[in-house]
Design a protein around this ligand. Structure first.
Ligand code: HEM
Ligand code: HEM
Length: 282
């Protein structure tokens, strides 16, 4: 049993047509196994996290009671993107496991919403957000080395606290970005195979081999997104992450939570003394 399904083109060439659908179950089970293993590890084996960096009393006093984490535009983007992603996953995979309905129309409409939301996010993150906050930097790698040594029971100095995003979130973002771009770029081309409101159907745009590879890439990235979404939602609903999840709804975190995990020198928050609306005019 291969991971692709093949057919013979009118020219007699053997071409891939899409992934084998048992990969849906592989992706689903991989996500569930990850969360079970992680939950057991945290419950019975994880040690208390200890960090090296501590904020000075002056830095703590300067922080507002609520620390802004996600702007309204970023939150709206996240939830629109997530809704489109769920519709895409269900419309793509339910019919493949036996739930039949007219899925293609809902699928390309959700695909269009995802594409537009990601285009918005790219512009927003480059010009309005702190662009570099989501990419790994040197301190992340040094601290990751220390965390791995500590995990293996080797001697090491304590790792520092996090900037806005821990390395794991940054890596997650990188993988979702790559798989997301893969489904979007292939998906936009695949819209030429079905009837949409955007352009006339043209199934002859690419050769059978190219179309086949495109469907394969779309399917592989698509099943990858099943695992990625399960893992992501699992972290969002873990009890210790709930304040972060709430920040994706209300926009901010408490100062206490911020100080527990984050380094104010690496994630610079607008302090009370920088805020003109609170200045006493001395
Ligand atoms: C989570 C993201 C997505 C997943 C899991 C997903 C999954 C799938 C799957 C499994 C198929 C069936 C392919 C086949 O029969 O071989 C498909 C087809 C298709 N997808 Fe997606 N897709 C996603 C995103 C997108 C996006 C963003 C677009 C558009 C921009 C899109 C447009 C299409 C189109 C036009 C088809 C072709 C339908 C056909 O030929 O009958 N998809 N998708
Ligand atoms: C019920 C569904 C979801 C919940 C509760 C949720 C929750 C969250 C939260 C709380 C954050 C902020 C993390 C932080 O501030 O550190 C976040 C960020 C993010 N979400 Fe979601 N999310 C959901 C669905 C999705 C889906 C379907 C995707 C795409 C596959 C997605 C992709 C992302 C990405 C790329 C980030 C930024 C990277 C990161 O902070 O890890 N989310 N999500």
């Amino acid at each position: 049993m291969g991971i692709l399904e093949w057919a013979t083109s009118p020219l007699g060439q053997r071409v891939p047509i899409h992934i084998a659908w048992f990969l849906i179950w592989v992706a689903l089970i991989a996500g569930l196994v990850f969360l079970i293993v992680h939950a057991i590890y945290v419950r019975y084996f994880a040690k208390h996290k200890e960090f090296a960096s501590e904020a000075s009393p002056a830095e703590v006093l300067n922080l507002p009671a609520r620390i802004p984490r996600h702007s309204l535009a970023a939150r709206l983007f996240h939830w629109i993107m997530a809704a489109a992603m769920f519709v895409l996953l269900f419309t793509a995979f339910l019919p493949k496991v036996g739930v039949q309905f007219n899925w293609v129309t809902y699928h390309w409409i959700a695909g269009t919403v995802l594409t537009i939301s990601i285009l918005f996010h790219i512009v927003h993150s480059i010009f309005y957000m702190d662009f570099w906050s989501i990419w790994p930097d040197r301190s992340d790698l040094e601290d990751a080395g220390k965390r791995i040594r500590r995990f293996m029971g080797m001697s090491t100095t304590r790792p520092g606290k996090f900037a806005k995003y821990p390395l794991e979130n940054k890596l997650y973002h990188g993988v979702v970005m790559l798989t997301g771009l893969a489904v979007i770029i292939t998906g936009v081309c695949m819209m030429f195979r079905v009837r949409t409101i955007f352009f006339p159907r043209n199934p002859y745009l690419f050769s059978d081999m190219t179309w086949g590879m495109m469907y394969v890439l779309h399917g592989l990235a698509g099943v990858g997104l099943i695992t990625l979404t399960i893992v992501h939602v699992y972290f969002a609903i873990r009890p210790e992450k709930l304040p972060i999840t709430a920040s994706m709804i209300v926009g901010s975190l408490s100062r206490e939570f911020f100080l527990k995990e984050h380094d104010p020198r690496r994630w610079v928050v607008k302090g009370l003394s920088d805020r003109k609306d609170l200045a006493h005019g001395d």
